[in-house]
Design a protein around this ligand. Sequence first.
Ligand SMILES: CCCCC/C=C\C/C=C\C/C=C\C/C=C\CCCC(=O)SCCNC(=O)CCNC(=O)[C@H](O)C(C)(C)COP(=O)(O)OP(=O)(O)OC[C@H]1O[C@@H](n2cnc3c(N)ncnc32)[C@H](O)[C@@H]1OP(=O)(O)O
Length: 162
Amino acid sequence: MKAIQLYYPPEWAHCYGCGYLNAQGLRIETYWHPERGESETRFTPKPHHTAIPGFVYGGLLASLVDCHSTATAAAAKAAAEGVSLEEAPLRFVTASLKVDFLKPTPLGPELRLVGRPKEVKGRKVVVETELYAEETLTVRGEAVLVQIGEGFGRSEDAPAGG
Ligand SMILES: CCCCC/C=C\C/C=C\C/C=C\C/C=C\CCCC(=O)SCCNC(=O)CCNC(=O)[C@H](O)C(C)(C)COP(=O)(O)OP(=O)(O)OC[C@H]1O[C@@H](n2cnc3c(N)ncnc32)[C@H](O)[C@@H]1OP(=O)(O)O
């Protein structure tokens, strides 16, 4: 099975969290399981991803939820439209990200994120994510993702003043 991120066209593959062209990035890989209608990402934080000794920094956890959600949105939209990502390289950006830190996340074990599309409507997809450390649910996220089109990211799309 090929990771969803590997379908992104190169011009949209520089993201710190999920771009395969970002050598310093997290380069997460997310897989879509059509039989369950769910996505899955596995990631093992490094020792420097520390909040306090023994626990994962929350900003990293938010980044994982963020990029896991954009990938889930692409797969969910492709599934809803009955197209493959091979023929339709869909790309989403994050409009809104909510992260609830339910319990401290231990630093050491592999983390597992499970994503489910809650709504697929037009260019918008809402994704719910659960993050587990050794079967313990420690983080829950909800993100609103909006599909970008070809040419998005040209200077006229960039925020003013930047
Ligand atoms: C990546 C930065 C983006 C900045 C732009 C510059 C260049 C981009 C170029 C390439 C990007 C390539 C790859 C992406 C890389 C990484 C992705 C990883 C995740 C991230 O790290 S990404 C960074 C943080 N991200 C942003 O920097 C976004 C800044 N922002 C915008 O660029 C606009 O804000 C946008 C496009 C999000 C929406 O603008 P828009 O005009 O296209 O969409 P529109 O208003 O039509 O809304 C359509 C439907 O989304 C609903 N909706 C919209 N905003 C909502 C909100 N906040 N909460 C709840 N619902 C919301 C509406 O309610 C409507 O829903 P409904 O149809 O149901 O009414």
